[in-house]
Each structure stands twice: as C-alpha cells, then as structure tokens.
Ligand binder design. Structure first.
Ligand code: HEC
Ligand code: HEC
Length: 239
C-alpha cells in the first residue's frame, strides 16, 4: 500500500520532472549542434589538409630553395635541425620527408596545435604545397641531433619491453618509422620532447594522432614510469 502511494507522483514532482526533461533535451540539442558544427569544421579542415598533403607529396622538391626557407626555421630548430636537448624544440633533421610534409600540413590545418609552429608554417612563410615540399626535403637531408637529450636511465629496460609490445608494429623495431605510411622516426629525438608529446596527446594538442597512442595517456594501462622508460629507451638509440 505504502509502495503504491510512493509510486504516484505529486503534481509538483511532475512539473519538476518536466523541467528536468526540458533541460536535458536542451542540453542534448546543444551537444548535437556542437558535434555537427565541429564535424563540419573537421571535415573542412581535413579536406583542405588532404589536398594540400597530396599536392606537396606529388611536387618535385627543390632542396636549394628549401634551404632558403629554412633560414626562418633555423632560429629555433638549429642549423642541422638538431632542436634543443631540453625538449622545448624537436630535432627534425633526418626525419622522413613524407613525415615532415605531413606534420607541416597538420600545423597549417589544425591537425596539430602549437602557436609557434602555426605561426611559422603559415602561408606567410611557406606560400604553397611546393614550398612545403622544398623545406621538407632540405630538413630531411640534415644531420639532426648528434647527442639527443636522454632520461635518467632508471626505466630503460622496462621501456624497451613496452615499446616492442605496443609501438614497434608501426614505428619499427629500432624506432626508424616508416616513410611510406608517414610514421615518424622516433630515434635521434630528445627525451623531454618525446615525453611531452605523450602528455600533449591527453591535452588534445595533437588531434591527428592515431588512437593507438591512447595507451600512453595518464590513467591508461601504462604507468608513468613505463611511459618515461619508452621515451628514455628511444632517446638512447643511435641512428
Ligand atoms: C619559434 C620557434 C620555431 C620556429 C621559428 C620553427 N619551429 Fe618548428 N617547431 C617548434 C616547436 C616548439 C615544435 C614542437 C611543437 C609541439 O610541441 O608540438 C616544432 C615542431 C616542428 C615540426 C614537427 C616535428 C616532429 O617531430 O613532429 C616540424 C616538421 C617543424 N617544426 C618544422 C619547422 C619548419 C619547416 C620551420 C620553418 C618554416 C619551423 N619549424 C620553424 C618551434 C619552431
Ligand atoms: C597504428 C600505428 C602506430 C602505433 C601502434 C603507434 N604509433 Fe606513434 N605514431 C604513428 C603515426 C602515424 C604518428 C604521426 C601522427 C601525427 O603526427 O599526427 C605517430 C606519432 C608518434 C609520436 C610523435 C612523434 C613526433 O616527432 O612528434 C610519438 C612520440 C609516438 N608516435 C610514440 C609512440 C609510442 C611510444 C607508441 C607505443 C605506445 C606508438 N607511438 C604507437 C603511428 C603509430
């Protein structure tokens, strides 16, 4: 008897429920609208990025012209594309040409976020797909970092094991990446930079990154020590 009474809602709780439902419907509508708009954005960005990427990959690069573009990049990335050992600026010399092209296109089309790179990879510095190809070819031919910054060594052997299990399928057993599939070379890179890319995944600064990298995110199946170990292991592999 008591149960039955409780099941009959008062008119007050009914109107409360109606208000809640209205609020929920409103929230869902807003979310759908947001998803629709951002999907539109992503599709528009993706479309521009896709055609620029194929145009740049189809171009015949001119290394000498690329060198002259590289003058503006040198201030941060260094003469040999060695970057900074504290990881603030990545080593880019000797990276696969196809990867360099893809990363530059990503910065230009919101596939990857960094205010410095968005400024320097824009149309003022690199006018078109040909310019992207030129500068990428010049960078690919550079020596890169001779002595990349490394970690503290505590988790290297653990990192090696985790790398082989989770990462080597794409980035290769020795971390040299895969030019055709545009998978970056991870060796010759500074420890601090590698580590930072991993946390940047979680903060959404690299929307282009493959979902496979989610295992590296905080709260994922890997401990912070394992993640540090992978970066340390890679930074110690000599090319
Ligand atoms: C003001 C400093 C600065 C300048 C100038 C600069 N870069 Fe960068 N570049 C950076 C930083 C910082 C990053 C790493 C961004 C991040 O954390 O995602 C980067 C990342 C990159 C990457 C991606 C590397 C990777 O391993 O994924 C490429 C490629 C690159 N820059 C090329 C260039 C080129 C080409 C130019 C000149 C047209 C240039 N950069 C000019 C600071 C600079
Ligand atoms: C499915 C293939 C695949 C797997 C598996 C994979 N990666 Fe990647 N990784 C890529 C591709 C492709 C990129 C370039 C994506 C981009 O920049 O948008 C990348 C980019 C990266 C970068 C950024 C490099 C740079 O220079 O900025 C790091 C660091 C990285 N991966 C580490 C790892 C680690 C560590 C693992 C294992 C836990 C892993 N990846 C697993 C394909 C993969």
């Amino acid at each position: 008897m008591q149960r039955k009474q409780a099941a009959v809602p008062s008119s007050r709780s009914l109107s409360l429920r109606a208000a809640l439902i209205a609020a929920l419907v409103g929230a869902i509508a807003a979310l759908l609208l947001y998803l629709l708009l951002s999907a539109g954005d992503a599709a528009a960005a993706g479309k521009g990025a896709g055609s620029e990427l194929s145009a740049a990959l189809a171009a015949t690069p001119d290394v000498a012209r690329g060198e002259s573009y590289y003058d503006t990049c040198q201030a941060c990335h260094g003469r040999d594309g060695e970057g900074a050992s504290d990881g603030t600026v990545p080593a880019i010399g000797g990276q696969h040409y196809e990867v360099l092209v893809a990363e530059l296109v990503a910065f230009r089309h919101e596939g990857r976020r960094d205010i410095r790179m968005e400024n320097f990879s824009d149309r003022h510095h690199l006018a078109d797909a040909q310019a992207i190809a030129d500068v990428a070819a010049a960078i690919a031919a550079k020596a890169g970092a001779k002595n990349p910054g490394i970690g503290d060594g505590r988790n290297v052997s653990r990192g090696a094991g985790v790398y082989v299990a989770y990462c080597s399928g794409c980035h290769g057993a020795s971390g040299k990446g895969d030019a055709k599939r545009r998978v970056p070379r991870l060796t010759g890179q500074h420890y601090e930079y590698l580590l930072r890319q991993v946390s940047d995944l979680a903060s959404g600064r690299r929307p282009n990154m493959k979902p496979d990298h989610a295992v590296l995110m905080p709260g994922g199946p890997m401990s912070p020590d394992a993640v540090a170990g992978i970066s340390d292991y890679l930074s110690r592999i000599r090319r």
